[in-house]
Design a binder for this molecule. Structure first.
Ligand code: F6R
Length: 610
């Protein structure tokens, strides 16, 4: 989604802003722009298209040591040059970049029009530039605060004004904003990725806070201009983690990082003595853990599908009813919030608006919600009562891989802890701990088969439409597999429970429609193999993701049937090893089709609007 950068210091702002915007490209965008201040006033360059197009079209003279920049993902109005940010006032003295949505923009646009203001774009953001410009207060801070008093909605904002050429004023309400501290220079960004090359000393603005950023430092205050204390912290991050290195794409890099990142989420959390997990961040003592009567997982997209894997793991190990629901739907059906239910919000970015709003709805109604979140200090992490950080490291590619794997492992730890205060035996606890410890290396074994899977992926890429099927533990694996395949290959990929095939979808099975079937060596293996025969009998090509011991019968003899064996793990942990080859197949198919795997069309990394 939209991204913000800002710079104030002694260097030329434009190259730094363009570099910062390039670092935010992965968030998804359709236009970009920058605005800089110098002695001669405000200069703005913006256009639909890529950051590189903006850089190529930048006038030769674009000097200024204070500036803001933006990548826009269209919400109000199409991706045009006029709708790109920065948005400016009529006199071209105020420039605004904005992430989020102004809910009362239509009313404010009408009011400004009635007062004779010519609106130059279709955006909600433009009103802020006019409102700031029309304020006659003495300071920029007062002018911005006066404008924001009229605005309803969510925002991360950075604003410059030609009359106050030494500063950027920023404000946050529901959309992240960070201030990076350099040596006599300061940075602003909506995402760490834009800052880490320059500084790892960072202040996170809170909702309702504003800040004034000058080359000398920053001050923070509320919208009524009373001071707040928001210290900058030195973050323990490796800036190299944001570089693609020798990989062809971030998705490739992040898939291959999974054995290491999986180690990180388990580190220090397994208790061999009692065969359980330690999750101090949950903030639940043994009694409170026992009192949980039900678990409800909420997430969006892949986080929702891994939430389904997690819910079934919790139900299996802890024997408490558990299910997962799309957070994007949850809030809209006036859900009953039960005090004995543990709600679990799962999110890589920690900024997904639908998940955040679901968390807020639960807490407003007095429910207890914990987070499984990757980005430390993100909105969802801060909003929850407690949680488990995923420690996957930064995930840049839009398609989630290593964060998703760590979500599954986070659920396994939670299931173990919930199970061991109930009826899960210490022997089972030890068995699962051994299984979890083996997983990082087993994930590595599957990843080594990348080249071997390439021809298979290329065959799948040739199909316009595919099915992904699985049962019980395998069904969310199929859903996630279909999701990954469709989002980067743009092929129609649909997931079904294998048991549902004959209730409808079998009508579509043909030599042109391959099926990827998840067939673990579990209590349903015979039924699953039976379904493979039904597909093969209708000429449907098959890719079977399975375990070495599974006998596929005469189906295995067919030339259009391929099997991928994953290492055997503890049965309850199977879903994650079954998921890894599906990542590889989606990735190879997308590469073969020539797609930009890191930035799939129409999608964004953090979906910060509803
Ligand atoms: C799929 C994918 C998306 C995200 C979803 C939730 O590969 O990346 O479906 O899983 O948008 O995002 P987070 O986890 O940041 O809440």
């Amino acid at each position: 989604m939209c991204g913000i950068v800002g710079y104030v210091g002694s260097q030329q702002a434009a190259p730094l802003l363009l570099e910062g915007l390039t670092r935010l490209e992965h968030r998804g965008y359709d236009s970009a722009g920058i605005g800089v201040l110098s002695g001669s006033g405000l200069k703005v360059a913006k256009r639909a298209g890529r950051v590189r197009d903006l850089a190529a079209a930048l006038p030769a003279r674009f000097a200024g040591r204070v500036g803001i920049g933006h990548t826009r993902w269209a919400t109000h109005g199409p991706p045009t040059d006029a709708n790109a940010h920065p948005q400016v006032d009529a006199a071209g003295r105020v420039a605004v970049v904005h992430n989020g949505i102004i809910d009362n923009a239509a009313a404010l646009r009408r009011r400004l029009s009635d007062e004779g203001v010519q609106l130059a774009s279709d955006t909600d953001t433009e009103v802020i530039a006019h409102l700031v410009a029309r304020s006659v207060a003495a300071t920029l801070e007062e002018r911005v605060a006066a404008a924001l008093a009229l605005v309803e909605g969510t925002y991360g904002l950075a604003i410059v004004h030609a009359d106050f050429p030494d500063r950027i004023v920023v404000a946050r309400n529901g959309s992240p904003l960070l201030i990076g501290v350099g040596d006599k220079e300061m940075y602003v960004a909506s995402d760490l990725a834009a800052l880490v090359r320059y500084t790892t000393t960072v202040a996170h603005l809170q909702d309702g806070e504003m800040a004034t950023v000058t080359a000398a430092g920053f001050t923070t205050y509320r919208q009524d201009l009373t001071a707040t204390v928001t210290p900058a912290e030195e973050l323990d991050i490796d800036p190299g983690a944001y570089d693609v290195g020798e990989h062809a794409s971030f998705m490739h890099k992040e898939m291959l990082e999974q054995p290491d990142s999986a180690e990180h989420v388990l580190r220090g959390r397994l208790d061999d003595r009692f065969g359980t997990a330690h999750l101090g961040g949950l903030g639940l003592d043994a009694r409170e853990t026992r009192e949980v009567r039900r678990v409800k997982v909420l997430g969006c997209g892949s986080a929702y599908y891994v939430g389904e894997m997690g819910a079934s793991l919790i139900e299996e190990l802890a024997r408490v009813p558990a299910d997962a629901e799309a957070a994007s739907e949850f809030r809209y059906r006036n859900p009953v919030i039960d005090p004995d239910t543990l709600y679990v919000a799962v999110s890589q970015s920690g900024e997904t608006a639908d998940t955040l709003l679901a968390v807020q709805e639960i807490r407003r109604k007095g429910g207890r919600v914990v987070g499984l979140v990757n980005v430390v200090g993100s909105a969802i992490a801060r909003e929850c009562d407690g949680g488990i950080y995923l420690h996957a490291g930064p995930e840049v590619a839009v398609a989630s891989t290593k964060a998703l794997t760590n979500m599954f492992l986070g659920f396994a730890l939670l299931a173990l802890q919930l199970g061991r205060v109930r009826d899960l035996s210490i022997a089972d606890g030890h068995r699962l701990i051994a299984g979890l410890r083996a997983l990082p290396a087993q994930i590595g074994e599957v990843l080594k088969r990348e080249e071997e899977l390439r021809p298979l992926a290329e065959r799948l890429a040739a199909a316009e439409s595919l099915f992904f099927v699985g049962r019980v533990r395998g069904y969310p694996v199929a859903r996630e597999g279909a999701q990954k395949f469709k989002e980067i290959s743009y092929r129609h990929a649909e997931a079904y429970p294998t048991s549902e095939l004959k209730h409808g979808p079998l009508a579509l099975v043909s030599p042109a429609v391959p099926t990827v079937a998840i067939v673990p060596d579990d209590e349903l293996v015979e039924r699953n193999v039976g379904a493979l025969h039904e597909i093969a009998a209708r000429g449907g090509p098959l890719v079977v993701v399975t375990h070495a011991g599974v006998d596929l019968g005469e189906v295995a003899e067919r030339p259009d049937v391929h099997r991928i064996d994953v290492p055997a793990s503890e049965r309850e942990l199977d879903p994650i090893l079954l998921t890894i080859p599906l990542q590889l197949l989606a990735y190879q198919a997308a590469v073969h089709l020539g797609h930009d795997v890191d930035k799939p069309r129409n999608l964004a990394k953090s979906v910060t609007v509803e």
